[in-house]
Design a protein around this ligand. Sequence first.
Ligand SMILES: NC(=O)c1ccc[n+]([C@@H]2O[C@H](COP(=O)([O-])OP(=O)(O)OC[C@H]3O[C@@H](n4cnc5c(N)ncnc54)[C@H](OP(=O)(O)O)[C@@H]3O)[C@@H](O)[C@H]2O)c1
Length: 333
Amino acid sequence: MSLRVAIVGATGLVGKALLTVLEQRNFPMDHLILLAGDRSAGQVMSFNHNNYTVLPLAEFDWKKQVVDIAFFSAGNEVSMHYAPIARDSGCIVIDNSSAFRYDDDIPLIVPEVNGDELKSMSQRRGYRRSPSIIIANPNCSTIQLAMVLAPIHAAAIIKRVFVSTYQAVSGAGQMLVDALKNGEHYDASIHHNVIPQIDVLQNNGYSREEMKMLWESRKILNIPDLLLSATAVRVPVINAHSESVVIETEKPFSVTQAIQCLNNKPGLIVLEDHWVTPKEVSGKDDVFVSRVRQDLAFGEKGLSFWIVADNLRKGAALNAVQIAEIFIAKEFV
Ligand SMILES: NC(=O)c1ccc[n+]([C@@H]2O[C@H](COP(=O)([O-])OP(=O)(O)OC[C@H]3O[C@@H](n4cnc5c(N)ncnc54)[C@H](OP(=O)(O)O)[C@@H]3O)[C@@H](O)[C@H]2O)c1
């Protein structure tokens, strides 16, 4: 297999995580193009012991250069403008921004949960090679939540979800990491503090990050009437997001049943006798579930748990690469 891969936003946190994940998974490609804005164009980055110069996205000619798979991680505006150009030039775009996640005809994929949608969709359209398509990678907080909700929903039918997030600064990009590490840049209020707003506030009083968790969970889990209420909070943690989750199920569901149903699911690690923190989970691929307990308010039809995952890996780069691997496995690219 000789794939040509482009990373848009290669110098950002997700871009760098993509390079690490592609290298670690020995992704089958023979050509790599790194793209970014004017600020970091010209930088030299290393991949598999080779050096690559970052090119300015604005000058890149998608029609002239053949790209099979393009990972986009440079924000909504960049994706809105350039992802359709890349797609129309014949490549598969896997987009980390939220620009296309809510479009009905754009798949929003967590491979372990609804990866089959992608396979059947590609077969339906009769693709053999280069399907020219945009696939959306979900929001980082939603991916780790959906990984846990999907098996429980299959076993006991989830009626309601209440989730409070404890989101690391890396979720907001390099600038906020620098702000926490060095007190530099635009936002020093994250020091010794927690901030109960991520993304802009909506008219209903919820932040857009909180609404993303509702909209995206419904789409990924294919539960259009799922009731989910989120509170998204930025905390002074460098990397990996944590979530405190309470669910109400239609059927009675015990802790033992929940643990059995989550155990041995690909990408999930269930811890029965201890819990994990973001510091331990940072750099790991799996989503970690601990503190599974019968919820005191909902009783036998309710569970509470603590979910932690690396937002740059499963929450972004790893999930995106897994999506690409579906296409490769099915020989659609
Ligand atoms: N961080 C996470 O955990 C996470 C998780 C899921 C999804 N995402 C999404 O992934 C995207 C990137 O996030 P990040 O955390 O990696 O941000 P980041 O660290 O701030 O990096 C942003 C990257 O985008 C590039 N960029 C910005 N404006 C550009 C332009 N006009 N043209 C070309 N490149 C441009 C930057 O290059 P320059 O330095 O040259 O500007 C940089 O490489 C965002 O859409 C974010 O919402 C992030």
